[in-house]
Ligand binder design. Sequence first.
Ligand SMILES: Nc1ncnc2c1ncn2[C@@H]1O[C@H](COP(=O)(O)OP(=O)(O)OP(=O)(O)O)[C@@H](O)[C@H]1O
Ligand SMILES: [Mg+2]
Length: 369
Amino acid sequence: MVNDWFITAYEPIRDINNQIVGIIYVGMLEAPFVYLKNRVVSIFIFIAVLSIIALAIISFITVKRITSPINELYQLTERVSKGDLSARAKISSDDEIGELIKSFNQMVDSLQIATEGYVNLTKTLEQKVQEKTNELEKAMEQLVQSEKLSALGRLAAGIAHEINNPLTAILINSHLIKEKVKKDTKLSEKLDMIIDETQRCAKIVSGLLEFSRQTPPEMKLISINEILNKTLILFETVFLANNVKVEISLDKNLPQIMADESKIKQVLTNILLNAIDAMPNGGTLKIHSQLSLDNKFVEIEIEDSGVGIPKENLDRIFDPFFTTKKSKGTGLGLSISYGIIQQHNGSIEVNSEVNKGTKVKIKLPKLEL
Ligand SMILES: Nc1ncnc2c1ncn2[C@@H]1O[C@H](COP(=O)(O)OP(=O)(O)OP(=O)(O)O)[C@@H](O)[C@H]1O
Ligand SMILES: [Mg+2]
């Protein structure tokens, strides 16, 4: 009894006459063969599975190497498109992807430079527009002011002439009557009042005449510092009496200018009187002269530490008769000064802050050589 499987083969044996004379039988146990075959198949399957896994891992790594920089680039592009120009990618390889990242970074660099240039240009442009708007506003203000003054000047001249004669008559006659009236009586008190008020009117009229007198200035070569010093000497005792400390800083190298000395003195006097009025309890007065930044003007600055001018009054201080000093002021000081500075082709500007002080800046054109 045979229990094992065999692989067998039979072949007849023939003689020379092709007659079968025997048979060849070959038999081989099947088990070792099947074992070998199974081993080969399982090794093959094992190698195949291993190769598939290796291939999958290699593919995954390769795909990751390509997609992760592209993903990063995509996110950076999003940031750049939203305006974040600081976004840069890290260059991690020397291959095509590395080249792509390098190009991306260069593109953002150029974009950043261009944007900065554009922002700067916009800023400069905005600044220029603002400067020109300010200049235009100032020119408009000056134009309105000079229109107002010239119309009022003509009117004032006419009225002043008409009023001057009757005022003189009232004053002379009041004095004559006063001589005949007993002193320290009710009547003499009333007469004093008439004389005081008439004198005030006469002061207004003379201011008006001054304001409206369109006499051309007598231009001479003068030193602004000298005029400032001469005017300040006249004020020395007034400053002392009013407890005003004066700080002077004059630019010694200022060029001489063409101006009417007495008119400029009048302007300085008006401004100094205003400053003293603004500091009833004393204070500091700063006087400064310099050449303007553009080299075209000689500038005088007079700054007090007084009560200041409220915003709503700033637009009106150059208007004739605008005063906050009730019967003490005529309101003509600054409007006369404005007219004089205009005759000199200069400008006068007032900046003020309530309870801090007021700065008046006068600009007079430098002599063109
Ligand atoms: N330095 C100053 N500080 C505060 N207020 C000022 C100053 N300068 C001018 N002002 C204001 O401007 C107004 C007009 O000034 P302006 O010199 O024209 O007239 P006034 O001083 O009132 O009178 P006048 O000068 O004719 O005697 C003043 O009444 C005052 O309210
Ligand atoms: Mg005044």
